[in-house]
Each structure stands twice: as C-alpha cells, then as structure tokens.
Design a protein around this ligand. Structure first.
Ligand code: ATP
Ligand code: MG
Length: 232
C-alpha cells in the first residue's frame, strides 16, 4: 500500500502560469513516444524548477497520464521544504544506498495519477549515488510503470548532479529565469548538459514580466497583465 502524502497546491500560481504549463505538457508529449524520463534543471538556484515539475506532473495526471516525480535534489529537496513533508519518509538517497526498497519510496501525492519519490535524507555523495547503475535501472523500471518520469535536480552551475542524472534520462529541459541568466551562462549550462548525451528538449523561460514583452502583452492583455512562463 502506497503512502499518501498531503501536498496542497502550495505554488498558488495564476491562470497564465497554469496555461503555460499546459502548453509545456503538450510540447513534451509531442517530443515523441520514446521521451518518457524528462529532467529539469537550471543554471542557478531559485529559477523555478521544483514548481514547474510539480505543476507539470499534476497537469499530466489530470490529462490521464500516469506520472511519477523523482526528487533528485538530494542536497536540498525543494519538495520536503515546500510541502513541509516529513524528512523521515524513505526516499531516493536511501534506495540508492541500499537502505530502502522501491515499494517503500514511491508515494502518492493525492493528485490523480501522480506519484512521487522524495529525495530522502541528505547524503554526503549525491553525484556518486546518481551515477550508479541502480539509478539508471530504477528509471528504466519507472519508464515501464508510468507514462512520464519527471526529475527535479539541482542547478548545473552549482553541482554536477544534474549532468550525472541526465545520463540516465531521455530528455532534459533547462528552466531559465527571465532577466537573470546571461546568454553566456545559458550556453555554458547547455554545453555541460550535452556532455551527458541526453537529448536537450528545450528551455522554459520563467518569471517573465509580460509588460516588458510587447508581443505577449498585446496577445494576453485582454486577460490580465502578468504572464509568467513561456517556452522555446
Ligand atoms: N513563474 C514564477 N513567477 C514568480 N515566482 C515564481 C515563479 N516560479 C517560481 N517562483 C518562486 O520562485 C521561488 C523558487 O521556486 P522553486 O523552488 O520552484 O525554484 P528551484 O529552481 O526549484 O529552486 P532550487 O534551485 O533552490 O531548487 C519560489 O519562491 C517560487 O514560489
Ligand atoms: Mg528546487
């Protein structure tokens, strides 16, 4: 019996954010039937990865897809913090170090068709754990169990974990906070991720101020004045 977590929609995202997430869901579905495990990373901390992974998973679940979120940020889990979840819930770090079985780490989010594997307690060697075959074998099994496996990872600019995890994924998406990341920094992150051999699906430009974006503003102004997220 799966443990059911109480995860409320803590993001409180507006209409435009949610619409953009639906477009992201459609775009990912159109990348092809072999793209099932998708990793989300960014250049820097705080660009909005965890929110996007959660909202996207819930949106996919609502659309009838079976989804599992893998919280692969073993250093600083966004999910445990954001949803005030119990750090004692067995998670990825324990599974990868042989201290828990798969059936103990897969929990239900309470949202339809949407499960989650939390990061587990902070481990001293996350990149080594994520580089093991036990991690790629787990993703392989999850690909069979679910329609989509969405991975939340730390930023590429800080640690190597996302690049290591990407080696075991079908595709990667880079979340970029509007106005924060230079072209050079984005190119550097892209080059790092390419080393993993994982296919780069694209980028999500997050925290966009629509008032500064004339095209989007003229299109959306009849609905409101702020649009957070768009994709490339
Ligand atoms: N589109 C958005 N517009 C405004 N604020 C946002 C948006 N997306 C996320 N945020 C806010 O930005 C902060 C960081 O979000 P989140 O934790 O999802 O980022 P992260 O990239 O996962 O961070 P970390 O690198 O620490 O894991 C949160 O306070 C969140 O509410
Ligand atoms: Mg996060």
């Amino acid at each position: 019996m799966k443990q059911v977590l109480t995860m409320n929609d803590a993001g409180g995202k507006n209409y435009y954010y949610k619409e953009a997430v639906k477009i992201l869901r459609t775009n990912i579905q159109f990348t092809g039937k072999d793209i099932k495990s998708v990793l989300f990373t960014s250049c820097y901390p705080n660009e909005g990865k965890t929110d996007i992974v959660f909202q996207l998973a819930v949106e996919m679940g609502k659309a009838g897809k079976r989804v599992v979120i893998v919280d692969a940020d073993i250093r600083k889990s966004g999910f445990i913090k954001r949803y005030a979840l119990n750090e004692e819930i067995p998670g990825l770090s324990q599974f990868l170090s042989g201290q828990a079985e798969k059936k103990q780490i897969v929990c239900s989010t309470g949202y339809e068709n949407t499960d989650i594997i939390l990061s587990g307690p902070v481990a001293p060697n996350p990149s080594e754990l994520l580089g093991q075959t036990i991690f790629s074998d787990l993703l392989h099994e999850l690909r069979e169990d679910y329609d989509y496996v969405l991975l939340d990872t730390p930023p590429v600019g800080s640690v190597v974990d996302a690049v290591v995890a990407a080696q075991a994924c079908d595709g990667a998406v880079i979340v970029i906070e509007s106005g924060l990341v230079s072209h050079k920094a984005a190119q550097k992150t892209l080059a790092q991720l390419r080393k993993s051999g994982c296919s780069i699906l694209g980028a999500v430009l997050n925290k966009v101020d629509i008032k500064k974006d004339k095209y989007y503003f003229s299109y959306y102004k009849k609905y409101g004045d702020y649009y957070n997220t768009k994709q490339y």
